[in-house]
Design a binder for this molecule. Structure first.
Ligand code: 2NL
Length: 341
């Protein structure tokens, strides 16, 4: 029995030393020390031993068991440490590696200029007003002193959405301002930027969809001087403090009197060149004193209040601002163009 126990000890220790996984250690524990294991099988023969031999063999069996248990504990801890080390190594990150580059977009030139214009007007106490792109002809035309039959309502120029021409894609953002005047008592100081639609063929300076920024001021004692001061401030903020302006008489149905505002050509300083087509001036926007009928139809008392309004094309001022000669570049989304801003 002594030899059997010694053989079991050396076999078990060899097998334990070769185990490479915690599960293998467990299996060996069952095989050698389990209830139906090899050690138990040997001890079953104890009955045939003499009284002197029994305690000697018993002691040896206990020391074999203790030694195997000790080794199992030792190897099991070692295997655990090895597994943790391997896991940490597999999960390790080299924090000194350069980060993955994230491609940055850039702002659209028209967004840049629109934000500038908004800032300029917010600085003068204006708020931003927005409204629907699908409008009633009532608000887009009639309420702006452009009655049925007026040439500006031509089916050739306007995207009508209903057979009776009562619903359309707005041709200007003025209807937004009419809706504000209807609801809000003066003083009113707003700008209304947004998309507008006209049946134009696409070329370098035309598009069936473009962007307009309209402005409206209604208060007591508003005169043409307020119009000139406000629009001069806009032009000088956009094109520099030395930009020269010219106010020319014009006609719009919704303003009286009306004017167009030109800025002196930055290329030739008024001499006349290719950029300004020999004029020395470049047309920038339209404006005027709000027609009394337009105010009255919104319930504003023209004995007390007066106002001025203006409209400017965002594409046009952006082209002038960055020296862009073709409007189609704004809508084609070519990154070689867009990345330059
Ligand atoms: C242009 C320039 C303009 C207005 C827009 C306006 C708005 C209201 C009342 C009166 Cl609510 N006027 N807007 C005024 C003058 C010019 O746009 O070239 N339009 C065809």
């Amino acid at each position: 029995m002594k030899e059997q126990l010694e053989k079991l000890r050396s076999e078990a220790l060899k097998a334990l030393a070769a185990a490479d996984m915690p599960a293998a250690l467990d299996a060996l524990r069952v095989r050698y020390l389990g209830k139906k294991g090899e050690l138990t099988a040997i001890l079953k023969q104890m009955g045939g031993l003499s009284a002197e031999e029994r305690p000697v063999i018993g002691q040896l069996a206990n020391s074999v068991r203790a030694e195997i248990e000790e080794k199992i504990a030792e190897y099991s801890q070692k295997l655990g440490e090895k597994a943790l080390e391997a896991k940490l190594l597999a999960e390790s990150v080299d924090v000194t590696l350069p980060g993955a580059e994230f491609p940055h977009g850039s702002r659209h030139p028209m967004s840049i200029v629109l934000d500038e214009v908004k800032d300029i007007f917010i600085g003068m106490g204006f708020t931003i007003a927005e409204g629907p792109e699908i409008e009633l002809a009532e608000y887009n035309f009639t309420r702006l002193n452009t009655p049925e039959g007026h040439p500006a309502r031509d089916r050739q120029d306007t995207f009508y959405l209903s057979e009776d021409d009562s619903v359309l894609l707005r041709t200007q953002t003025s209807p937004v301002q009419v809706r504000v005047m209807e609801k809000q008592k003066p003083p009113i100081r707003i700008i209304s930027p947004g998309r507008v639609y006209r049946k134009d063929e696409v070329d370098a300076t035309h598009s069936p969809m473009f962007h307009q920024i309209e402005g409206l001021v209604v208060d007591k004692g508003i005169t043409m001087a307020d119009l000139k001061g406000t629009l001069n401030a806009l032009v000088r903020r956009l094109y520099g403090p030395d930009a020269k302006t010219r106010f020319r008489p014009h006609h719009f149905p919704f303003t009286e009197p009306s004017c167009e505002v030109d800025v002196q050509c930055f290329e030739c300083k008024g001499e006349g060149c290719r950029v300004c087509k020999g004029e020395g001036w470049i047309e920038l926007l339209g404006a005027g004193m709000v027609h009394p009928k337009v105010l009255e139809w919104c319930g504003i008392d023209t004995d007390v209040y007066s106002g001025f309004a203006f409209g400017v094309g965002l594409e046009r001022i952006t082209m002038r601002r960055f020296g862009i000669s073709d409007m189609r570049l704004f809508f084609e989304n070519d990154v070689r163009f867009l990345n330059q801003f």
